[in-house]
Design a protein around this ligand. Structure first.
Ligand SMILES: Cc1cc2nc3c(=O)[nH]c(=O)nc-3n(C[C@H](O)[C@H](O)[C@H](O)COP(=O)(O)O)c2cc1C
Length: 352
Protein backbone atom coordinates (compact mmCIF):
# COMPACT_ATOMS: atom_id res chain seq x y z
CA UNK A 1 0.00 0.00 0.00
CA UNK A 2 2.87 2.34 0.92
CA UNK A 3 4.44 1.71 -2.50
CA UNK A 4 1.10 2.49 -4.13
CA UNK A 5 0.85 5.86 -2.39
CA UNK A 6 4.47 6.64 -3.26
CA UNK A 7 3.74 5.81 -6.90
CA UNK A 8 0.55 7.89 -7.02
CA UNK A 9 2.33 10.82 -5.32
CA UNK A 10 5.05 10.56 -7.97
CA UNK A 11 2.48 10.52 -10.79
CA UNK A 12 0.59 13.46 -9.30
CA UNK A 13 3.82 15.45 -9.27
CA UNK A 14 3.92 15.17 -13.06
CA UNK A 15 0.66 17.14 -13.27
CA UNK A 16 0.03 20.84 -12.84
CA UNK A 17 0.05 21.35 -9.01
CA UNK A 18 -3.48 22.67 -8.76
CA UNK A 19 -4.87 19.85 -10.94
CA UNK A 20 -2.94 17.31 -8.85
CA UNK A 21 -4.40 18.84 -5.69
CA UNK A 22 -7.94 18.64 -7.08
CA UNK A 23 -7.45 14.95 -7.96
CA UNK A 24 -6.05 14.24 -4.50
CA UNK A 25 -9.12 15.78 -2.85
CA UNK A 26 -11.39 13.70 -5.13
CA UNK A 27 -9.48 10.50 -4.34
CA UNK A 28 -9.76 11.24 -0.62
CA UNK A 29 -13.50 11.85 -1.02
CA UNK A 30 -13.72 8.42 -2.65
CA UNK A 31 -12.11 6.90 0.43
CA UNK A 32 -8.81 6.18 -1.32
CA UNK A 33 -6.57 7.74 1.34
CA UNK A 34 -4.40 5.82 3.80
CA UNK A 35 -5.88 4.34 6.92
CA UNK A 36 -3.57 4.65 9.93
CA UNK A 37 -4.12 2.23 12.76
CA UNK A 38 -5.71 4.18 15.64
CA UNK A 39 -2.85 5.57 17.72
CA UNK A 40 -2.99 4.95 21.41
CA UNK A 41 0.61 6.01 22.04
CA UNK A 42 0.27 7.84 25.37
CA UNK A 43 3.55 9.68 24.73
CA UNK A 44 1.99 11.47 21.73
CA UNK A 45 -1.34 12.39 23.32
CA UNK A 46 -1.78 16.12 24.01
CA UNK A 47 -4.42 17.73 26.23
CA UNK A 48 -4.79 21.36 25.29
CA UNK A 49 -7.60 23.94 25.08
CA UNK A 50 -9.85 21.34 26.72
CA UNK A 51 -9.36 19.08 23.68
CA UNK A 52 -7.76 15.62 23.56
CA UNK A 53 -5.37 15.39 20.62
CA UNK A 54 -4.40 11.75 19.87
CA UNK A 55 -1.10 13.07 18.49
CA UNK A 56 0.33 16.58 18.00
CA UNK A 57 0.67 16.45 14.18
CA UNK A 58 -2.07 18.43 12.43
CA UNK A 59 -2.99 19.20 8.86
CA UNK A 60 -2.23 22.87 8.16
CA UNK A 61 -4.83 25.15 6.55
CA UNK A 62 -5.06 25.46 2.78
CA UNK A 63 -5.04 21.78 1.88
CA UNK A 64 -8.76 21.39 2.54
CA UNK A 65 -10.06 24.88 1.87
CA UNK A 66 -13.75 23.89 1.73
CA UNK A 67 -13.94 21.21 4.40
CA UNK A 68 -14.27 18.35 1.89
CA UNK A 69 -11.98 15.80 3.54
CA UNK A 70 -11.21 16.46 7.22
CA UNK A 71 -12.26 12.92 8.20
CA UNK A 72 -10.09 11.35 5.51
CA UNK A 73 -7.12 13.28 6.89
CA UNK A 74 -7.88 12.24 10.46
CA UNK A 75 -8.10 8.65 9.19
CA UNK A 76 -4.67 9.08 7.56
CA UNK A 77 -3.26 9.66 11.03
CA UNK A 78 -3.36 13.41 11.60
CA UNK A 79 -4.10 14.28 15.23
CA UNK A 80 -6.24 17.19 14.03
CA UNK A 81 -7.23 18.85 10.77
CA UNK A 82 -7.66 22.56 10.03
CA UNK A 83 -10.09 23.39 7.21
CA UNK A 84 -10.19 26.71 5.30
CA UNK A 85 -9.30 29.49 4.88
CA UNK A 86 -12.98 30.21 4.43
CA UNK A 87 -14.35 33.69 3.66
CA UNK A 88 -17.98 34.84 4.05
CA UNK A 89 -18.59 35.03 0.28
CA UNK A 90 -17.13 32.60 -2.29
CA UNK A 91 -13.98 33.84 -4.02
CA UNK A 92 -12.20 32.85 -7.23
CA UNK A 93 -8.75 33.85 -6.01
CA UNK A 94 -5.96 34.96 -8.33
CA UNK A 95 -5.60 33.92 -12.00
CA UNK A 96 -3.90 30.56 -12.71
CA UNK A 97 -1.20 29.34 -12.65
CA UNK A 98 -0.88 30.24 -8.97
CA UNK A 99 0.85 27.24 -7.34
CA UNK A 100 4.46 26.44 -8.24
CA UNK A 101 6.59 23.50 -7.12
CA UNK A 102 10.29 23.96 -6.42
CA UNK A 103 11.31 20.30 -6.19
CA UNK A 104 15.02 21.01 -5.68
CA UNK A 105 14.10 22.85 -2.49
CA UNK A 106 11.12 20.65 -1.52
CA UNK A 107 9.20 23.90 -1.50
CA UNK A 108 6.08 25.47 -3.00
CA UNK A 109 5.19 29.06 -3.85
CA UNK A 110 1.47 29.84 -3.91
CA UNK A 111 -0.53 32.96 -4.61
CA UNK A 112 -3.98 31.39 -4.51
CA UNK A 113 -5.56 34.42 -2.81
CA UNK A 114 -8.17 32.67 -0.61
CA UNK A 115 -9.95 30.80 -3.39
CA UNK A 116 -12.84 29.10 -1.61
CA UNK A 117 -16.55 28.36 -1.86
CA UNK A 118 -17.56 30.61 1.04
CA UNK A 119 -19.14 30.10 4.47
CA UNK A 120 -22.39 28.48 3.26
CA UNK A 121 -20.56 25.66 1.48
CA UNK A 122 -18.25 25.06 4.44
CA UNK A 123 -21.22 25.12 6.82
CA UNK A 124 -23.05 22.44 4.81
CA UNK A 125 -19.98 20.19 4.89
CA UNK A 126 -19.36 20.65 8.60
CA UNK A 127 -23.01 19.95 9.38
CA UNK A 128 -22.80 16.71 7.40
CA UNK A 129 -19.92 15.46 9.58
CA UNK A 130 -21.45 16.64 12.86
CA UNK A 131 -21.16 14.08 15.65
CA UNK A 132 -18.28 12.21 14.04
CA UNK A 133 -15.67 13.29 16.58
CA UNK A 134 -12.09 14.18 15.79
CA UNK A 135 -10.59 17.63 16.14
CA UNK A 136 -11.44 19.89 13.21
CA UNK A 137 -10.44 23.55 13.38
CA UNK A 138 -11.86 26.22 11.08
CA UNK A 139 -9.48 28.79 9.62
CA UNK A 140 -11.22 32.12 9.02
CA UNK A 141 -10.34 34.83 6.52
CA UNK A 142 -11.75 38.01 5.03
CA UNK A 143 -13.01 38.63 1.50
CA UNK A 144 -10.61 40.61 -0.65
CA UNK A 145 -13.21 43.34 -1.35
CA UNK A 146 -14.63 43.46 2.16
CA UNK A 147 -15.10 46.94 3.62
CA UNK A 148 -14.89 45.77 7.22
CA UNK A 149 -12.51 42.86 7.36
CA UNK A 150 -12.79 42.39 11.11
CA UNK A 151 -16.55 41.86 10.58
CA UNK A 152 -15.75 38.94 8.24
CA UNK A 153 -13.89 37.13 11.05
CA UNK A 154 -16.76 37.85 13.46
CA UNK A 155 -19.17 36.35 10.88
CA UNK A 156 -16.99 33.25 10.80
CA UNK A 157 -17.26 32.77 14.56
CA UNK A 158 -21.04 33.31 14.44
CA UNK A 159 -21.47 30.88 11.54
CA UNK A 160 -19.33 27.96 12.71
CA UNK A 161 -19.48 28.08 16.50
CA UNK A 162 -20.66 24.68 17.71
CA UNK A 163 -19.17 22.95 14.64
CA UNK A 164 -15.51 23.99 14.97
CA UNK A 165 -13.21 22.42 17.57
CA UNK A 166 -11.23 25.65 17.44
CA UNK A 167 -10.88 28.74 15.24
CA UNK A 168 -7.85 30.23 13.55
CA UNK A 169 -7.84 33.92 12.73
CA UNK A 170 -5.71 34.07 9.62
CA UNK A 171 -4.30 37.55 9.07
CA UNK A 172 -1.01 36.41 7.63
CA UNK A 173 -1.66 35.31 4.06
CA UNK A 174 0.61 37.31 1.75
CA UNK A 175 -1.87 36.90 -1.12
CA UNK A 176 -4.68 39.23 -0.02
CA UNK A 177 -3.49 42.83 -0.36
CA UNK A 178 -3.44 44.68 2.97
CA UNK A 179 -4.44 41.64 5.06
CA UNK A 180 -1.20 41.44 6.99
CA UNK A 181 -1.68 45.04 8.15
CA UNK A 182 -4.17 43.53 10.63
CA UNK A 183 -1.09 42.29 12.49
CA UNK A 184 -0.22 45.83 13.58
CA UNK A 185 -0.93 46.68 17.22
CA UNK A 186 -4.08 48.85 17.04
CA UNK A 187 -5.76 46.85 14.26
CA UNK A 188 -4.98 43.57 16.00
CA UNK A 189 -6.30 44.74 19.34
CA UNK A 190 -9.58 45.80 17.73
CA UNK A 191 -9.85 42.60 15.69
CA UNK A 192 -9.18 40.18 18.54
CA UNK A 193 -11.46 42.05 20.94
CA UNK A 194 -14.33 41.93 18.42
CA UNK A 195 -13.73 38.27 17.59
CA UNK A 196 -13.52 37.15 21.20
CA UNK A 197 -16.65 39.03 22.20
CA UNK A 198 -18.58 37.36 19.34
CA UNK A 199 -17.86 33.98 20.91
CA UNK A 200 -20.70 32.54 22.98
CA UNK A 201 -18.80 29.51 24.29
CA UNK A 202 -15.25 28.78 25.37
CA UNK A 203 -14.26 27.55 21.87
CA UNK A 204 -10.51 28.22 21.50
CA UNK A 205 -9.44 31.00 19.13
CA UNK A 206 -5.89 31.04 17.76
CA UNK A 207 -4.07 33.72 15.78
CA UNK A 208 -1.96 32.72 12.76
CA UNK A 209 0.96 35.01 12.08
CA UNK A 210 3.50 35.56 9.30
CA UNK A 211 7.18 34.63 9.58
CA UNK A 212 8.24 37.97 8.08
CA UNK A 213 7.72 40.17 11.14
CA UNK A 214 10.40 42.30 12.76
CA UNK A 215 11.16 42.22 16.49
CA UNK A 216 8.98 45.23 17.31
CA UNK A 217 5.98 43.71 15.51
CA UNK A 218 6.48 40.37 17.26
CA UNK A 219 6.62 42.12 20.64
CA UNK A 220 3.41 44.03 19.83
CA UNK A 221 1.62 40.82 18.79
CA UNK A 222 2.78 38.99 21.91
CA UNK A 223 1.60 41.89 24.08
CA UNK A 224 -1.83 42.10 22.42
CA UNK A 225 -2.29 38.33 22.58
CA UNK A 226 -1.49 38.19 26.28
CA UNK A 227 -3.64 41.20 27.06
CA UNK A 228 -6.73 40.17 25.05
CA UNK A 229 -6.72 36.57 26.25
CA UNK A 230 -6.60 34.87 22.86
CA UNK A 231 -5.98 31.13 23.34
CA UNK A 232 -2.84 30.56 21.29
CA UNK A 233 -0.67 31.54 18.31
CA UNK A 234 0.10 29.57 15.13
CA UNK A 235 3.61 30.30 13.86
CA UNK A 236 3.68 30.57 10.88
CA UNK A 237 2.11 31.15 7.51
CA UNK A 238 4.15 31.19 4.26
CA UNK A 239 6.99 33.66 3.74
CA UNK A 240 7.52 36.38 1.17
CA UNK A 241 11.31 36.02 1.63
CA UNK A 242 13.33 34.01 -0.86
CA UNK A 243 16.55 33.53 1.14
CA UNK A 244 18.69 30.62 0.05
CA UNK A 245 16.68 29.80 -3.07
CA UNK A 246 18.56 29.18 -6.28
CA UNK A 247 16.97 31.56 -8.75
CA UNK A 248 15.16 30.17 -11.79
CA UNK A 249 12.62 27.33 -11.83
CA UNK A 250 9.82 29.41 -10.29
CA UNK A 251 11.93 30.81 -7.41
CA UNK A 252 11.02 34.33 -8.53
CA UNK A 253 7.25 33.82 -8.62
CA UNK A 254 5.20 36.16 -6.43
CA UNK A 255 3.46 34.54 -3.46
CA UNK A 256 4.11 32.74 -0.22
CA UNK A 257 6.91 30.21 0.06
CA UNK A 258 6.39 27.04 2.10
CA UNK A 259 8.25 23.80 2.68
CA UNK A 260 11.88 23.14 3.64
CA UNK A 261 13.29 26.69 3.23
CA UNK A 262 10.64 27.94 5.67
CA UNK A 263 11.69 25.59 8.46
CA UNK A 264 14.52 27.68 9.94
CA UNK A 265 12.89 31.14 9.77
CA UNK A 266 9.50 29.96 11.06
CA UNK A 267 11.17 28.03 13.91
CA UNK A 268 13.18 31.15 14.84
CA UNK A 269 9.94 33.17 15.09
CA UNK A 270 8.32 30.37 17.11
CA UNK A 271 11.21 30.40 19.57
CA UNK A 272 11.04 34.19 19.86
CA UNK A 273 7.28 34.05 20.44
CA UNK A 274 7.82 31.59 23.28
CA UNK A 275 10.26 34.04 24.87
CA UNK A 276 8.02 37.08 24.32
CA UNK A 277 4.94 35.33 25.73
CA UNK A 278 7.06 33.81 28.52
CA UNK A 279 5.59 30.40 27.82
CA UNK A 280 2.14 31.62 28.91
CA UNK A 281 0.38 31.00 25.59
CA UNK A 282 0.23 27.67 23.73
CA UNK A 283 1.99 27.86 20.37
CA UNK A 284 1.45 25.78 17.22
CA UNK A 285 4.59 25.30 15.10
CA UNK A 286 4.17 25.22 11.30
CA UNK A 287 6.61 25.64 8.44
CA UNK A 288 8.79 23.14 6.64
CA UNK A 289 8.10 20.11 8.83
CA UNK A 290 8.95 17.01 6.83
CA UNK A 291 10.15 14.48 9.43
CA UNK A 292 9.73 13.44 13.03
CA UNK A 293 12.97 15.24 13.77
CA UNK A 294 11.53 18.52 12.41
CA UNK A 295 8.35 18.10 14.46
CA UNK A 296 10.47 17.41 17.55
CA UNK A 297 12.55 20.55 16.91
CA UNK A 298 9.36 22.66 16.71
CA UNK A 299 8.19 21.17 20.01
CA UNK A 300 11.54 21.84 21.67
CA UNK A 301 11.38 25.42 20.33
CA UNK A 302 8.04 25.95 22.08
CA UNK A 303 5.27 24.30 20.04
CA UNK A 304 2.60 22.32 21.89
CA UNK A 305 1.23 21.19 18.52
CA UNK A 306 2.70 21.02 15.01
CA UNK A 307 1.12 21.32 11.56
CA UNK A 308 2.30 20.57 8.03
CA UNK A 309 1.17 20.78 4.44
CA UNK A 310 3.92 21.10 1.81
CA UNK A 311 5.98 18.03 2.75
CA UNK A 312 2.91 15.89 2.18
CA UNK A 313 2.69 17.04 -1.42
CA UNK A 314 6.22 15.70 -1.98
CA UNK A 315 6.11 12.60 0.22
CA UNK A 316 2.44 11.55 0.08
CA UNK A 317 -0.19 11.31 2.82
CA UNK A 318 1.49 8.31 4.51
CA UNK A 319 4.08 10.79 5.82
CA UNK A 320 2.09 11.69 8.92
CA UNK A 321 2.27 8.15 10.30
CA UNK A 322 6.04 8.08 9.78
CA UNK A 323 6.41 11.43 11.54
CA UNK A 324 4.32 10.32 14.52
CA UNK A 325 6.35 7.13 14.85
CA UNK A 326 9.71 8.92 14.65
CA UNK A 327 8.57 11.64 17.06
CA UNK A 328 7.55 9.05 19.63
CA UNK A 329 10.97 7.39 19.39
CA UNK A 330 12.78 10.73 19.78
CA UNK A 331 10.76 11.67 22.86
CA UNK A 332 11.45 8.29 24.36
CA UNK A 333 15.18 8.46 23.62
CA UNK A 334 15.41 11.79 25.48
CA UNK A 335 13.42 10.49 28.44
CA UNK A 336 10.24 12.53 27.86
CA UNK A 337 7.05 10.77 28.90
CA UNK A 338 4.89 13.20 26.90
CA UNK A 339 4.98 15.92 24.25
CA UNK A 340 4.05 18.47 26.94
CA UNK A 341 7.24 17.68 28.87
CA UNK A 342 9.39 18.49 25.83
CA UNK A 343 7.66 21.79 24.90
CA UNK A 344 10.24 24.57 24.92
CA UNK A 345 13.09 22.33 26.09
CA UNK A 346 15.47 24.38 23.90
CA UNK A 347 14.16 27.77 25.03
CA UNK A 348 14.71 28.27 28.74
CA UNK A 349 12.56 31.07 30.12
CA UNK A 350 13.90 33.78 32.38
CA UNK A 351 12.31 33.56 35.79
CA UNK A 352 10.86 36.87 36.93
C1 LIG B 1 -1.01 25.73 -1.57
C2 LIG B 1 -1.09 26.32 -0.19
C3 LIG B 1 -2.25 26.94 0.23
C4 LIG B 1 -2.33 27.48 1.52
N1 LIG B 1 -3.50 28.07 1.92
C5 LIG B 1 -3.61 28.52 3.20
C6 LIG B 1 -4.82 29.06 3.67
O1 LIG B 1 -5.83 29.09 2.97
N2 LIG B 1 -4.86 29.54 4.95
C7 LIG B 1 -3.77 29.49 5.79
O2 LIG B 1 -3.86 29.92 6.94
N3 LIG B 1 -2.61 28.97 5.36
C8 LIG B 1 -2.51 28.48 4.10
N4 LIG B 1 -1.33 27.93 3.68
C9 LIG B 1 -0.16 27.94 4.61
C10 LIG B 1 -0.02 26.64 5.38
O3 LIG B 1 -1.13 26.41 6.21
C11 LIG B 1 1.26 26.65 6.23
O4 LIG B 1 1.16 27.68 7.20
C12 LIG B 1 2.51 26.89 5.41
O5 LIG B 1 2.41 26.27 4.15
C13 LIG B 1 3.78 26.38 6.12
O6 LIG B 1 3.70 24.99 6.35
P1 LIG B 1 4.37 23.89 5.37
O7 LIG B 1 5.77 24.35 5.09
O8 LIG B 1 4.29 22.61 6.13
O9 LIG B 1 3.53 23.87 4.14
C14 LIG B 1 -1.22 27.38 2.39
C15 LIG B 1 -0.05 26.75 1.96
C16 LIG B 1 0.02 26.22 0.70
C17 LIG B 1 1.29 25.52 0.26
Amino acid sequence: MKALYALSSHMLRLLDPERAHGLTIEALQWGLGPHAPESRDPRLAVKLFGLDFPNPIGLAAGFDKNGDVPDAMLKAGFGFAEVGTTTPRPQEGNPRPRIFRLPAHEAVINRLGFNNKGHDAMLARLKRRQGRGGIVGVNLGANKDSEDRAADYVKGIETFEGLASYFTINISSPNTPGLRALQSRAALEDLITRVLSARKSAVPVLLKIAPDLIEEELADIAGVCLQTGIDGIIVSNTTIARDGLVSGAHADETGGLSGKPLFAPSTAVLRRMRELTEGKLPLVGVGGVSSGRDAYAKIRAGASLVQLYTAMTFQGPGLVQEIACELSALLKADGFASVAEAVGADVPLRRS
